[in-house]
Design a binder for this molecule. Structure first.
Ligand SMILES: [Cu+2]
Length: 497
């Protein structure tokens, strides 16, 4: 069988305009799925049912195939890969059999496009929603099934007006991570793909890709009250599918980097975990598919991506490295030790907020000469982040940012990462499966940043300030956002190892 190629939607637009035949067929097929749901809301190949496979709002009826999305987990990537596959198969079947006016070539080769918002710089077109998603009508004047008005309208980030996503939302620094997964330990980060968990629907400590760009693109395409901002409504925005195709592509990119080979987990607990899905006819897939079943997109699923090079311009010049085991984890292997924590919760409500943390010395094996010590790693952990809904805002986190300083002036010295609130509404669900954990939590390694600050005589080993700044896009830097729902940050901890 020929291999389908999932193409970059901006390349399609450059080549054939906003309504390139592949994009036009996507719109037509989404329209058919929406009609199916209108005719029968329980049609498993309809738009609404497919969204419910991701999540349903509390209290809605559930069959065994709904409310299954995996987040805060090493299953995040394989579960969404399977989800996309069956969704794409539904669309492909419609395009082959039901859509008038589709060329033979599109009928035979159609694949879901992806949106690579991380290409280029801040103001490049790739950061904006492709035109076919943000125009209310199709060229013939009919309603556009790819359009929704329920997207970010925050000044500076108006998605349907073609404002670009901020650099901080679309960073691909997650690709630097050498490990796919780690066991969750306080102060430890969670690798590229997420922490070792069981079946895990609710948000929790997440892998770096799941936080940024994944969660941040969700929150900021949707904005306050938008579809993309919450688990249950996100797949109702067609942008979801282009976004997740890109996240799936970044998993392939991660594995194919030329510098150090990366490996997927080899643990049978990951490889063999079965997930319930229906196929493109609505029939339960039996036996259930597992991560092992979908590891190789070409051999296992018959598709590839137009571009899987992290640095396309450089790729031809670098020799491909042979497969090798991942390098040993740097640093000592004992768990990090807590050396300081904030004493009161802080509210984030659309404006800048700073918290001071007193830091003591390590008592255990991490006791050394401080961050100048070549071995010592420093971690920042932000715990117990709670709110009733995703406010549609992402907060950037800075360490020791001077009062009133512009966070953009010297980002390398202070910027740590983002507090990404996608899924926060699910932390209030009493039926949630996480035992004893409260709210969201985020762990960041700040070793390099601590060294940079120490070299500049800006690192006080006894005290650290953590500043949260809402990210608003380049045109509205530092402008507070009135009227956004507050979230509270329960505790900020500093760990060393
Ligand atoms: Cu998602």
């Amino acid at each position: 069988m020929a291999t389908f190629v999932r193409r970059d939607i901006w390349n399609l637009e450059d080549e054939g305009g906003p309504w390139h035949p592949v994009i036009d067929a996507f719109a037509g097929a989404v329209g058919v799925m929406k009609q199916r749901s209108l005719a029968d809301s329980s049609d498993p190949t309809g738009w609404a049912y497919q969204a419910s496979v991701h999540a349903v709002r509390a209290g809605a009826p559930v069959d065994a195939f709904q409310h299954q999305c995996q987040h805060g987990s090493w299953f995040f990537l394989p579960w969404h890969r399977i989800y996309l596959h069956w969704f794409e198969e539904i669309l492909r079947t419609i395009i082959r059999t039901q859509l008038p006016g589709v060329s033979q070539q599109v009928r035979e080769t159609w694949a879901l496009p992806y949106w690579d918002y991380s290409r280029g710089r801040q103001d490049d077109q790739w950061r904006t929603l492709p035109h076919a998603l943000r125009t209310a009508t199709r060229p013939d004047g009919s309603p556009n099934p790819l359009f929704t008005s329920r997207r970010n309208t925050t000044p500076g980030l108006e998605m349907n007006a073609g404002k670009p996503l901020d650099d901080l939302f679309v960073s691909t620094r997650a690709l630097d991570e050498q490990r796919f997964s780690r066991s969750p330990i306080p102060g430890g980060t969670n690798g590229f793909g997420g922490p070792v968990t069981g079946w895990h629907h609710d948000p929790g400590p997440a892998g770096r890709l799941e936080i940024t760009p994944h969660g941040d693109v969700h929150t900021n395409v949707g904005g306050p009250g938008g579809l993309m901002t919450a688990f249950a409504s996100a797949p109702l925005d067609p942008a979801f599918w282009l976004h997740h195709a890109n996240i799936d592509r970044l998993w392939v990119v991660w594995r194919h980097q030329d510098d150090v080979p990366r490996r997927d987990p080899t643990d049978p607990g990951w490889l063999n975990f079965p997930f319930p899905f229906r196929d493109a006819t609505g029939t339960p897939v039996n036996p259930r598919w597992t991560p092992r079943r979908v590891l190789d997109t070409v051999a296992d699923l018959g598709y590839t991506y137009e571009n899987v090079d992290r640095f396309p311009a450089r790729a031809e010049r670098l020799p491909r490295m042979p497969e090798a085991p991942p390098p040993p984890q740097p640093g000592p292997d004992h768990p990090p030790e807590l050396v300081g924590a904030s004493t009161a919760a802080v509210q984030l409500s659309g404006d800048r907020a700073a918290v001071a943390v007193d830091v003591g010395e390590a008592a255990g094996p991490a006791r050394r000469g401080g961050p100048g010590d070549a071995d010592q790693q420093v971690f920042l952990q932000i715990d117990d982040v709670r709110g009733t809904e995703n406010p549609g805002v992402t907060y950037a986190v800075y360490v020791n940012l001077p009062d009133g300083a512009d966070p953009d002036d010297d980002p390398d010295s202070h910027y740590v990462g983002n507090v990404s609130l996608f899924g926060i509404e699910a932390t209030n669900d009493l039926s949630r499966d996480v035992h004893g954990s409260n709210g969201l939590s985020f762990a960041f390694e700040i070793t390099d940043l601590a060294r940079t600050q120490q070299d500049a005589w800006r690192w006080d080993p006894s005290r650290l300030t953590v500043t949260f700044v809402p990210i608003r896009g380049r045109t509205h830097r530092g402008v507070p956002m009135p009227d956004v729902p507050a979230v509270s940050v329960g505790r900020i901890g500093v760990y060393v190892r």
